[in-house]
Design a protein around this ligand. Sequence first.
Ligand code: HT7
Ligand code: ZN
Length: 876
Amino acid sequence: GQVFKLEDYRPTDYLIPATGLTFRLSPEATRVTAVLTVERRDGIAASVPLVLDGDGLKLSRIAIDGQTLAPTDFFATPDQLTITTPPAAARFQLLIETELAPAHNEALMGLYRSSNVYCTQCEAEGFRRITYFLDRPDILSVYTVRIEAPHHEAPLLLSNGNPAGSGDLADGWHYAVWHDPFPKPSYLFALVAGALGKVADSFVTLSGREVELGIFVEPGKERLAGYAMDALKRSMRWDEEAFGREYDLDVFNIVAVSDFNMGAMENKGLNIFNDKYVLADQETATDADFANIEAIIAHEYFHNWTGNRITCRDWFQLCLKEGLTVFRDHEFSADQRSRAVKRIAEVRTLKAHQFPEDQGPLAHPVRPRRYREINNFYTATVYEKGSEVVRMIRTILGAETFRAGMDLYFERHDGEAATIEDFIKVFEDVSGRDLSQFSLWYHQAGTPNLTISSTHNAAAQEFTLEIEQSVPPTPSESRKRLMHIPLAFSLVGTDGKAIEYSGVEGASVEDGVIHIRKRRHMVRFSGVAERPAMSLNRGFSAPVTLSVEQRADDQFFLAGHDNDTFSRWQAFNTLLSEALISAFRQVLDGKQPGFASRLIELAGKIAGDETLEPAYRALALALPSEADIARDIGKNIDPDAVFSAREALTVAIAESDREIFSDLYGRLTDKDAFRPDAASAGRRALRNTLLDYLSLLQGGAALAARHFQSATNMTDRAAALTVLALRHGGSPETVKALADFEAKYATDPLVMDKWFHIQASVPGPQTIHAVRALTGHPAFSMANPNRVRSLVGTFSSANQTGFHRADGEGYRFFVETVLQVEKRNPQLAARLATALRSWRSLEPARQGKAREALLSIANTENLSADLRDIVERTLA
Ligand code: HT7
Ligand code: ZN
């Protein structure tokens, strides 16, 4: 396949300042008439052909300025249209008519049908599946869209921008016209048509403009959109307050569809969502679902400025909109919820998804320089690490200067397709700083490591940190340059507070941040009488790994006393990880793992510490996952031994802390009416975490069954079912709970996804059989991404012992299903295939079997570009 390179960027010879589209909708034969105003750029000769992108298109008519083209004037294939001899005039109108079959579009890119609703997905390169176009983000065009459809099939006709007319046509058809005054790239085009229910509201912007808000859902599900609407209004207000950004159209619509490749899409004025991230009530959605809805509604809304008003010059700049918008949605959620808890959750996600990507064969810079298939670059690195890089800019500049930089960014680049260089430049300009070394965070892949040791000289009252940075090699980048790493720190005294020091040398230290720029720094603090404990990378100021020589006493002290909640969690988590790694080694040596009693006691103390938020306590008590442990170990992973190590620690904590846990479990029973707010969710999270521990003790299955039966919301019900399935598989309580759940929710696909997910998560070699059987369940479908992700995705990406079964049976199932999904939806198949990205860290026997599986996919004929790209990079 073709490799696209950043350095090959060249502006187009032609522009398309205005685009008119008419859709005559029909499932089997939709007619699309595009009227493009084409402009030749100054200095380009009239003899230069106009080459437009297509993807599987069928051309039925082509004309320029009203004149049908002669066959010699153009050359059309399904994937390209070349106007060989364009008119001499610098501006002309090109009419293109194509015919589509949305009913047969299972790739869910371009125009497709989801439960009888027409909808589109154009990012990244889906618009070219609708009509021939300069389908790239630096071509900004003003769109006017007319949609025609039979009234009874599609009473609702939506597109981007503001409504600009509607009316009836012959034979029961009708039409609507939409005009979007803001020039936009084709990837932000959207159309929705069908019979949908509407939830209406309005919002008055800071400057007093009234915006009509609509959320459209499957008829009958309107009452499930209330939380999303509330989240939308909070997002709109927050962007005004935090970034001075107002909404700019008269209407803002969101449509929820059931078949969607990702979470949601920020089309201008018409966001399209996976219904999983819109629909919620206490009966069907968990607290995690509510939090996701809030975050994704906000994310897509925030794109209106970071992505839409200022878009990307090319797809190499994807992080310009994604990393920045993730940073904005993280800050929004932190303001709406608990900042420390939110940060802990973010760091857990970053470590679980981005670190393994950065440390494996699919590693790439936040701004890649090469790609074969752009769909495969919607990654944790671009999104999550991209957000961390923006956070570091704020850390380095301070909140005020950062905001000034953002203001300048909006002022300078509004209406443009910008680059990462443009973004960095605004911060250099407002701060007067040189960010060239810092910008390596965008250009260099890999997770940097800091090795840190300390010495205290009591006589000289000096405390010295010796810090060394290294960036491991990643694919096609063997030599790395030194990074600028902002390391937030505190020297913590015996009272848990920061120790004051009188001077510092060896690195620049500002506002509690050491700026590491060289390979080695000796950072010497003077005036330090007592030896402090080191609290490092506070707030996770830089996405790095640390190898710190720190006394266990200090780590315990920080885990119990650090005055910063995040750092306290970090210290406790480090202790847990270290204990689990040594337990893993003990298991491999055939020993029963042992754990320090003070660690087990600390878990109990944290659980019962009423000065700490319940949500924090829940997060602290959730042990590092099997995948976390495997990543920390790094190589030669035997997932069964990892499982045993983790299980042993869970049991040890449950047994020793049973009294505290069971007393607290009883006291946390919620008697109030359900509320989805963060504090209520935190109490449920803690109680459900305690249930997980208590279920391991005598009577555990019965306790979980009672929890299940008495649950008054999905959070508690799903938590209890998880505990039953994962801890008491096959027990009568579990069999009954699974059956009850299935009977109750058989007709609610989003809830059935939880049922699939839970069963696919059951550890152990038998789960493969259940998963195979569930692919034949009436509620399952290989055509629906949510179903596939909850069953197959969960099994292959989140079930370490089940998927990595020693005999390779998990991998055989993986090959079959990936190839099956690929026939319909290559993008979804490629995502599933990333489940084997860390195959090289497995022990040799499993490694061999995983490699065979990958090779058997790679050797399949006619593989899609999406899947081939992932598999070949994974094997390289
Ligand atoms: N910007 C959106 C990305 C997206 C997407 C990309 C490829 C194929 C399908 C897709 N659906 C949505 C989502 C976002 O980051 O906001
Ligand atoms: Zn986004």
